[in-house]
Design a protein around this ligand. Structure first.
Ligand SMILES: N[C@@H](CCC(=O)N[C@@H](CS)C(=O)NCC(=O)O)C(=O)O
Length: 326
């Protein structure tokens, strides 16, 4: 685990000394957009035109943020349009690596050893964290965007000439409601599990874990009334929650100490999780071996032995009751 400072790699764990033990996530720095016409997005100067075969995703099967992009690529039928390289699940002194083992593919474009080399290829003076996912442009050889919430928006609408235009996870009439629930889920759940797990003081941990479970309790109630987070339509908001829920019992309960309740203890959330898992194509984006090996193996300050627990037995392909909403 580390970061780049002016293009030079430094092996450093997150610094929580100035924030009272709180983990504060840094902002993603590459924020341009691929659009159908290639014009720059509002407020941006660089434009990127959607073209088949031009863009490449760097992902980890383990990472919940990268997982969002893999789900959108699959469900929008963009597998032949946007190509993918998968990093190794172990993130050690050199950060994410391209070691070709256990289903990691290596770097298809440049044969790099480490993901940070992709960042320095885009900007030799880059300072900041080296995260997945990364959306890379083959043509101008740069990073278009490394923020998952924006990459999924591009996959949802920029490539419709080649993908499945009938699928829309961010419909115009529901955007305000989707944005509102996304904010709550991001702060308290998606990032909440990390705020609990990476906290280095009791106070910071308790703050995060209390907010996390208060929000899960609310979501449980919401899902007792409707099939999905936004009424009865499957949207981006559901996929953003899904990638955290699917990791919750196998990893976050133990490794990140999010153990007040399990998802299995919430009838609606656990049925909802199975409902989403069973959407055709989604199960194939869930790689539990990479997920468990990454978290338990890479975070030595949290789990020094690197031992990976064998349980729990979580079978998301069991029947669910969400059909009751029609
Ligand atoms: N806001 C980013 C967060 C991405 C992120 O933090 N990815 C993690 C993996 S789950 C990572 O690569 N961490 C490496 C690091 O922080 O050094 C997004 O949503 O794309």
């Amino acid at each position: 685990m580390g970061l780049l400072v002016d293009g030079v790699w430094h092996d450093e764990w997150y610094d929580t000394s100035s924030t009272g033990g709180r983990f504060v996530r840094s902002q993603s720095q590459f924020r341009d957009f691929v659009t159908p016409g290639g014009e720059p997005a509002e407020g941006r100067t660089r434009g990127f035109k959607a073209e088949p075969g031009r863009y490449h995703l760097y992902v980890s099967w383990a990472c919940p943020w990268a997982h969002r992009t893999l789900i959108f690529r699959k469900l929008k039928k963009l597998e032949d349009v946007v190509t993918v390289s998968v990093v190794h699940h172990y993130m050690g002194a050199n950060g994410w690596t391209f070691l070709q083992e256990d289903g990691a593919t290596g770097d298809h474009l440049y044969g790099s050893d480490y993901l940070y080399q992709i960042y320095t290829r885009a900007d030799p003076h880059y300072s900041g964290r080296v995260t997945v996912p990364v959306l890379w442009d083959r043509k101008t050889e740069t990073i278009v965007n490394n923020e998952s919430s924006e990459i999924i928006r591009m996959l949802n609408e920029a490539f419709d000439e080649w993908g499945d235009a009938s699928v829309d996870f961010y419909p115009k009439e529901l955007r305000a409601e989707i944005d509102a629930i996304n904010t709550v889920v991001y702060d308290n759940v998606n990032n909440g599990v990390y705020r609990a797990g990476f906290a280095t003081t009791q106070e910071a941990y308790e703050e995060a874990v209390t907010q996390l479970f208060a929000t899960l309790d609310e979501l449980e109630k919401r899902l007792s009334r409707q099939r999905y987070l936004v009424g009865n339509r499957l949207t981006e908001a559901d996929w953003r929650l899904f990638t955290t829920l699917v990791r919750f019992d196998p990893v976050y309960v133990g490794h990140f100490k999010c153990n007040i309740r399990r998802i299995a203890d919430y009838p609606n959330l656990s049925n909802y999780l199975r409902d989403l898992f069973q959407v055709p194509g989604v199960a194939g984006t869930v790689n539990m071996q990479h997920i468990k090996a990454h978290y338990y193996g890479s975070h030595k300050t949290i789990n020094p032995t690197g031992i990976i627990p064998l349980g729990p037995e979580a079978d998301y392909s069991k029947p669910h009751d969400r059909g009751r909403f029609g």
